[in-house]
Design a protein around this ligand. Sequence first.
Ligand code: NAI
Length: 257
Amino acid sequence: MKLSGKVALITGSGSGIGKAAALLFAKEGASIAVSDINLSSAEQATEAIKQLGGRAIAIRADVSDAGDVDMMVDKVIKELGGIHILVNNAGIPGENLPTIESSVEHWDKVVRVNLRGTYLCSRRSGQWMVSNKAGKVLNIASIVGLAGFVARASYGPAKAGIVNLTQTLAVEWAKYNINVNCIAPGFVMTPLDGDLIRSGRLNLELIEKRIPLGHRAQPDDIAKAALFLVSDDARYITGVTLPVDGGWLAYGDVCAK
Ligand code: NAI
């Protein structure tokens, strides 16, 4: 098992990618703090881990609220004995409107949850990791933070900020034996984009045509890359953003069949 004896705090792990990572890390021997703004989904994921024979606690916390983050981290340290792994996964999508029609309130909310949330959780968990001279931080950004996407003027910049925060913390904390990395998923089958697809703000057919591997990712595809990056197999990797996108960013051809 790759994570025996480790404690992993995964934000937003009541659903989607975070839940898949929580289940996979638990199978690899980690104790899991399942944290989410939605307590009942966190409790359900915790129950699923316990049914696999794993150890987990559920915590309700809003990652954009500094008080909630302090409470969450204190609880993990008290009840599970430390924080060896932090996955900053909690996130919300943008409203996918043309920028001139978008709202400032939505910009603030998207930046607060995605970017400020990643900063707050890293800062607070980093205090424990720095004093223990060990840790793995994994951020979840997006391909939308690595290129220009139409109508994503809040989500894209928030995710791009996470990519730079990854580099900043990686160089600042390297001397404490803390690895900080990031995954930029492409399009993943989770509830996150569901509303945008149902309302027609994202076109599923066009998306799948544009992906060289021909289909969206399953949450587990992201979780498996996450496991690698938080394990000792990746001990010499820090400060990188790994696209897990079915080849989306590599694709430059719109002409040939
Ligand atoms: P999801 O909607 O299934 O899960 C996100 C979880 O975060 C939910 O359980 C939600 O309750 C929680 N959450 C939302 N706001 C929160 C807050 N303020 N505090 C704590 N928890 C909060 O979405 P999914 O797809 O699993 O997304 C996970 C991460 O992956 C997000 O950061 C998202 O931006 C990113 N991502 C997702 C992609 C996709 O296609 N689904 C593509 C690229 C990145």
